[in-house]
Design a protein around this ligand. Structure first.
Ligand code: CP
Length: 310
């Protein structure tokens, strides 16, 4: 099966066949990460620029590790130490980087649509590493990879996502990918944090956490994104933790073999109690580990077949 996408801008337009190919490809790359020598020549001669306008620990590091394990030349640019601070626009910055002929730009930006904007203006491949409150496709794909690894399937799973849905690019990318793959998606949180009309994308909405958790196969907790909220959408973090924080008692409502997931960074004691975050049902660090293999798969697939006469 071939992959027809030049860019990875979101999961919304990925077909179930695309998602399955990405997960299967990541499966073959995961083995490389367990070797003593974790390097293959697959992307030798390719140049990847990681252009980050927002802070990141997991995404930036795992893209860079993925690039290096595939033997690509990886270049990191943090907007805070670039000419962006002198007033250069996103388009000018990206076009100047493209003049140096990278093959792929991985971009994280605070504006929704930034990755699409570059894909329309540049010739190289663009991978969205998170754009505003819009999408974070590589995160959702590593989440599905982790679910499939544990449950053997995505179709038919009940996945409950709890938190600040309105500002969560992780929730949106997971919703599109999970729905496309046949999972039941439940979104839960205070009414002020759930976008009106989101049900049309194929999910169920809950404001009562207990109902959302009942019988869930997977519970994904999200951080309150205070940096994206123009005004406070909740009375206090203590009250939020009481109604929407995941603790051991609430977790008993889900299936006994539930997976507890979190994209990170976590706010322990707010959306998730420490004993649940570190408890026997959590797969949070497995998500991070799988992120390298999934990002290797994305870099490989957008690069297309190797030229016959390099
Ligand atoms: N999950 C995630 O995007 O984490 P970072 O912000 O650390 O990259």
């Amino acid at each position: 099966m071939s992959f027809s996408h030049k860019h990875i801008l979101g999961t919304r337009h990925l077909s179930p066949q695309d998602i399955t190919l990405i997960l299967d490809t990541a499966e073959s790359f995961k083995e490389i990460n367990a070797r003593a020598i974790k390097k293959v020549p697959t992307l030798r001669g390719k140049t990847v620029v990681n252009l980050f306008y927002e802070a990141s620990t997991r995404t930036r590091t795992s893209f860079e590790i993925a690039e290096k394990r595939l033997s690509a030349d990886a270049v990191n640019i943090a907007a805070s130490s670039s000419s962006v601070v002198k007033g250069e626009t996103l388009e000018d910055t990206a076009k100047n980087i493209e003049a140096m002929r990278p093959d792929i730009i991985v971009i994280r930006h605070f504006a929704s649509g930034a990755a699409d904007y570059l894909a329309k203006r540049l010739d190289c491949s663009i991978i969205n590493a998170g754009d505003g409150a819009h999408e974070h496709p590589s995160q959702a794909l590593l989440d599905l990879f982790t679910m499939r690894q544990h449950k053997g399937r995505i179709a038919g799973l009940t996945v409950t996502i709890v938190g600040d849905i309105t500002h969560s690019r992780v929730a949106r990318s997971n919703l599109f990918a999970l729905h496309s793959m046949g999972a039941e998606v439940r979104l839960a949180g205070p009414g002020t944090m759930i976008p009106p009309g989101i049900e049309k994308f194929g999910c169920k909405v809950f404001t009562a956490m207990d109902e959302a958790l009942a019988g869930a196969d997977v519970v994904m907790m999200l951080r309150i994104q205070l940096e994206r909220q123009g005004r406070s959408l909740l009375p206090s973090l203590r009250e939020y933790a009481r109604f929407y924080g995941l603790n051991r008692d609430k977790l008993k409502l889900a299936r006994e073999d539930v997976l507890v997931m979190h994209p990170g960074p976590m706010n322990r004691g707010v959306e998730i109690a420490s004993d649940v975050a570190d408890g026997e049902r959590n797969v949070i660090l497995e998500q991070v580990e799988n992120g390298v293999a999934v990002r290797m798969a994305l870099l490989y697939l957008v690069s297309g077949p190797a030229p016959e006469n390099p």
